[in-house]
Design a protein around this ligand. Structure first.
Ligand SMILES: Cc1cc2nc3c(=O)[nH]c(=O)nc-3n(C[C@H](O)[C@H](O)[C@H](O)COP(=O)(O)OP(=O)(O)OC[C@H]3O[C@@H](n4cnc5c(N)ncnc54)[C@H](O)[C@@H]3O)c2cc1C
Length: 419
C-alpha cells in the first residue's frame, strides 16, 4: 500500500511500516532495525520523516495526559494530537501557552520540527517541552529534561536522535481568548506600524494574498484577562469583520474557530481550525521562513517586490511572530522572528521557481526555513544559520553512533551521525 503525507506530495519510501501497540513492541522494532524513522501525523510537506527502511508510528501507544502533583506539567503520549491533549488539559482546568493553526498534528512530530503559533512573547510549541522520553538506537529508554545539557539539542530533533514516546509539557491555569478579525489593513501600515500590529493581541496572524494594496485579514486573539483597552473600531484604517471568515478568500469559514469577539477557551480560539473539522483536502503546498524580527519590514518588502509572481501560485500568505528560544535546531534559535508563510496551490512545478526566487530575495536576511515545509535552500545556505550544528553532530554521534535514525534529508542538512 502506498503511504503518503497529508498533502500527497511525499510518497514514503519505507520498506516496512510499524504501528506498535506497546512500548516493548516499539523497543523491539527499533532494536532490530538498521535504519528507522518515527512518523507523526504525516503533516510535513518536506521529506523530513521519510526513510527507505523502517517507519514507525507511535500513534498506537496508549494515550495519556498525566498532570504533575503541582499542576505545572503534563506528560503526554508522543503520538497524541494537540487537539486531544488540549481537550484533556482543559477538562482539568489547565492550558498550554500556545497552539499551531491546526490541532490535528501530533505532539512529537510538531515539537520535532519547531512548529509554532503566533505571539511576540510566545516561543514555539517546542518551548513548552520540559522533558522527553525516547527509545534510542539499541532499544534502550532515555529520559532527557532541562537539567541535562543535551536537552536543548534534542527537543527540535528532526527525529534524528530516537523515537520519542512521551513529552512533558509546561502547563498553566486555563484562560479564555476572544478572536476578532480585522480587514483591509493598508499595506503601507506594514512599514510604519508593524510592531503595534503584531502585538495587538496575545496571538496575531496577518493573512494576505499580495494581490491588493491591503492586507486582507488580521486575526487578533486576545486573552480576556488582557488589561489593555479594546482596539478602536477603525484601528489603523481597518474594519472589524461582521461575519466569520476563512483565511483563504472565498472558502467557507465552517472549519474555522469562533470569531466575532466571542470569548471561549484557549484551545477553541488559538488554532485557526476546529479539531472536529477537516480544514481542507490537502490540495496545497506550504513554505515558511523565519527571519529575524529586526529584518521584518525588509522581508515583507522582498516579498512585495515579487508580489505578482507570488500571487499567481498562492492561496494565502500568513505572517506570525515567534519568540527566541535556546533549542539548537529551532528556526527561532536565539532570535525573535517573523514567520513568513505561504500556502501555495497544489502544483509543485509552478511553485518551485517562485520559492527559489523568494529564497534568493530573502537570503541577505538570514531566513531559516521551516523544517517541515517545502524549501530549496541548499545545506550550504542553511547550515551557517545554525551556530550549534557542531554540538548537534556530537550529540548524534553519542546517542546514535551507527546512524540508525538518519535519513536523506537529515543527513544532507545535518551530516551523517556515524563516527
Ligand atoms: C494544514 C497544516 C497546517 C500547519 N500549520 C502549522 C502551524 O501553524 N505552524 C507550524 O509551525 N507548522 C505548521 N504546519 C507544519 C507542521 O506542524 C509540521 O510539519 C509538523 O512537524 C507536523 O507534525 P507531524 O506530527 O505531522 O509530524 P511528521 O510530519 O509525521 O514528522 C515530522 C518530523 O517529526 C519526527 N517525529 C514524528 N514523531 C516522532 C516521534 N515520536 N519521535 C521522534 N521524532 C518524531 C519525524 O521523524 C519527522 O522528522 C502545518 C502543516 C499542515 C499540513
Amino acid at each position: 500500500m502506498t503511504l503518503t503525507n497529508w498533502a500527497g506530495n511525499i510518497t514514503f519510501g519505507a520498506a516496512r511500516v510499524h504501528r506498535p501497540g506497546t512500548l516493548e513492541e516499539l523497543r523491539s522494532v527499533v532494536a532490530a532495525s538498521d535504519r528507522v524513522r518515527a512518523l507523526g501525523s504525516a503533516h510535513s510537506f518536506s521529506p523530513v520523516a521519510d526513510t527507505t527502511d523502517d517507519l514507525v508510528s507511535v500513534a498506537g501507544l496508549p494515550a495519556r495526559v498525566d498532570v504533575s502533583a503541582d499542576r505545572s506539567t503534563a506528560t503526554v503520549a508522543a503520538g497524541m494530537r494537540y487537539g486531544e491533549v488540549a481537550v484533556a488539559l482543559q477538562a482539568q482546568g489547565l492550558a498550554l501557552h500556545n497552539l499551531g493553526s491546526l490541532p490535528h498534528i501530533s505532539v512529537a512530530g510538531a515539537v520535532a520540527t519547531g512548529t509554532h503559533g503566533s505571539g511576540p512573547t510566545l516561543g514555539s510549541l517546542s518551548t513548552a517541552v520540559v522533558g522527553l522520553d525516547l527509545v534510542t538506537a539499541t532499544g534502550a529508554m532515555l529520559r532527557l529534561d532541562r537539567t541535562d545539557l543535551r536537552f536543548p539539542g534534542a527537543v527540535v530533533g528532526l527525529g534524528a536522535l530516537g523515537v520519542v514516546t512521551a513529552v512533558t509539557l509546561a502547563v498553566q491555569p486555563t484562560y479564555d481568548v476572544a478572536q476578532t478579525v480585522y480587514q483591509d489593513l493598508p499595506v503601507r501600515r506594514l512599514a510604519t506600524d508593524l510592531d503595534e500590529i503584531l502585538a495587538a493581541g496575545y496571538s496575531v496572524s496577518l493573512f494576505t494574498t499580495w494581490s491588493r494594496d491591503v492586507v486582507d485579514q488580521i486575526w487578533v486573539k486576545r486573552r480576556t484577562d488582557d488589561p489593555r483597552a479594546a482596539l478602536d473600531p477603525g484601528w489603523l484604517d481597518t474594519h472589524a469583520a461582521t461575519g466569520p471568515l476563512h483565511p483563504v478568500p472565498g472558502m467557507s469559514p465552517a472549519s474555522c474557530t469562533e470569531q466575532l469577539g466571542v470569548p471561549g477557551p484557549w484551545h477553541e480560539r488559538l488554532p485557526h481550525f476546529r479539531l472536529d473539522h477537516t480544514p481542507s483536502s490537502g490540495a496545497e503546498l506550504q513554505t515558511e521562513y523565519l527571519v529575524p524580527r529586526r529584518h521584518a519590514v525588509a522581508a515583507l518588502d522582498a516579498v512585495q517586490a515579487m508580489a505578482p509572481r507570488v500571487a499567481a501560485v498562492l492561496q494565502v500568505s500568513e505572517l506570525r511572530t515567534v519568540a527566541a528560544d535556546d533549542l539548537w535546531l529551532s528556526p527561532a534559535y536565539e532570535q525573535d522572528s517573523l514567520a513568513v508563510h505561504f500556502t501555495w496551490v497544489d502544483d509543485a512545478a509552478a511553485v518551485a521557481p517562485v520559492v527559489a526566487e523568494l529564497e534568493q530575495r530573502l537570503a541577505p536576511l538570514g531566513p531559516r526555513p521551516h523544517w517541515g515545509k517545502v524549501f530549496t535552500m541548499p545545506p550550504a545556505a542553511v547550515q551557517p544559520l545554525y551556530p550549534r550544528l557542531a554540538d548537534v553532530a556530537a550529540l548524534r554521534r553519542e546517542l546514535d553512533p551507527n546512524d540508525v535514525f538518519g535519513n536523506a534529508m537529515v543527513d544532507e542538512y545535518l551530516g551523517s551521525a556515524g563516527t
